[in-house]
Design a binder for this molecule. Structure first.
Ligand SMILES: [Zn+2]
Length: 399
């Protein structure tokens, strides 16, 4: 009998909606919440286990199932649960996938079932009101210490601001919603709720790193930023559909990690730098938590003259790491070296993904990041004389 009941549960996995985890979309879930009636993956079952007042979990394959539990699963299932618990998810709200950090997945599950935020829209006020203020721990640029700072997000002003003193009249920084991105970076920041916020200042990318001890607060901030971006984009692109705008609200990096690079003359020797591939922008930093990039390189498409090659030109010298990559742009060659072969393969794959994707008309404007030497009006041209200028990559600029 127990065997038959388990087979009955296994058969339910074949029903529409049940072949993927109800919470993160991972394929072939083999756990279930028998109080909510959803099939979930092992990883999400661990989160459900921490909310026992709402969810009780069982393994589909290993546990014993009671007749009433089988019937409950049969009369509910993932599609029915979605219709209930996700009936009013705002378009801008971030729905995590299996590859997202624990914090995002946990807060999504708690928001759905424990707090029932998506059946009661009045509970969405913390991220949908268009205004939010509160304190976040912000990493100091010079000493790396986290200090409590007041942050204010206002859609009306189209900005996120923070203040160095509680009673300060003038904000320390005004980050325009238009150019803002937020991405969770727990490993890099060293805190499970660590969020990286990037914005443009004087036309160059700036980073700040923040967290809140309370997971709900942090994810509410994240979704409030997405909501502000959504409303900004709706005004800026009145004809665009939600489906067009939602992917633009925030983005994760395609890849990050250390590589070695040479300067533009390729005679200066290789230096280890932290690289971030953000859409078509390859940025490099001396330290992963630097406030601004030492250089930015625009990576266009193959149709516009960009190529990525395995290895380095035969005459190349001075690199310590053995696994080379050559990026050819219409202006110059970038020589990079990775410590391991698997890193090299991962980077080449990330670069090719971008190079193989045709450029959108608005992306041609971005090519300015790698314009001609002299296009750039800044003095000195780059923050590090051995590195390419972030604006024109000019080879005439080096000391
Ligand atoms: Zn899952």
């Amino acid at each position: 009998m127990a065997k038959e009941r388990r087979r009955a549960v296994l058969e339910l996995l074949q029903r529409p909606g049940n072949a993927h985890c109800a919470d993160c979309g991972a394929p072939d879930p083999d756990w279930a919440s028998y109080t909510l009636g959803v099939f979930i993956c092992l990883s999400c079952s661990g989160i459900h286990r921490n909310i026992p007042q709402v969810s009780k979990v069982k393994s589909v394959r290993l546990d014993t199932w009671e007749e009433a539990q089988v019937e409950f699963m049969a009369s509910h299932g993932n599609n029915a649960a979605r219709a209930t618990y996700e009936s009013k998810v705002p378009s801008f709200y971030y729905r995590p996938t299996a590859s997202d950090c624990q914090l995002l997945r946990e807060q999504w599950i708690r928001a759905k079932y424990e707090r029932q935020e998506f059946t009661r829209p009045e509970k969405q006020e913390p991220y949908s009101a268009g205004y939010r203020e509160g304190f976040l721990w912000k990493r100091g640029r010079d000493n790396g210490q986290f200090l409590s700072r007041k942050f204010v997000l206002t859609e009306r002003e189209g900005a996120l601001k923070y203040f160095n003193r509680n009673d300060a009249k003038e904000p320390k920084a005004v980050m325009k919603i238009e150019h803002l991105n937020a991405t969770f970076q727990p490993a890099k920041i060293g805190h499970p709720h660590g969020l990286q916020v990037t914005y443009l200042k004087d036309n160059s990318t700036r980073n700040i790193f923040v967290y809140h001890e309370d997971g709900k607060e942090m994810v509410d901030w994240f979704n409030a930023l997405r909501a502000a971006r959504f409303h900004y984009l709706q005004v800026a692109f009145p004809g665009a559909s939600d489906a067009d705008l939602v992917p633009k609200l925030s983005r994760n990096y395609l890849k990050e990690g250390y590589m070695e690079k040479t300067g533009p003359k390729q005679t200066e020797g290789f230096r280890k730098r932290w690289f971030t591939m953000d859409d078509r922008r390859l940025m490099y930093f001396k330290d992963p938590l630097d406030a601004f990039a030492r250089g930015e390189v625009f990576i266009g498409s193959k149709e516009s003259g960009y190529t990525v090659l395995d290895g380095l030109p035969p005459s190349t010298q001075g690199h310590h790491w053995p696994h080379g990559i050559t990026i050819i742009t219409p202006e110059r060659k970038f020589l990079l070296a990775c410590e391991t072969e698997s890193e090299q393969r991962a980077w080449v794959e990330a670069f090719r993904k971008v190079v193989d994707r045709p450029m959108l008309p608005q992306e041609y404007a971005g090519e300015g990041w790698e314009g001609r030497p002299g296009d750039c009006a800044r003095t000195p041209c780059g923050p590090d004389p051995l590195d390419a200028c972030p604006f024109c990559s000019g080879s005439t600029l080096q000391a």
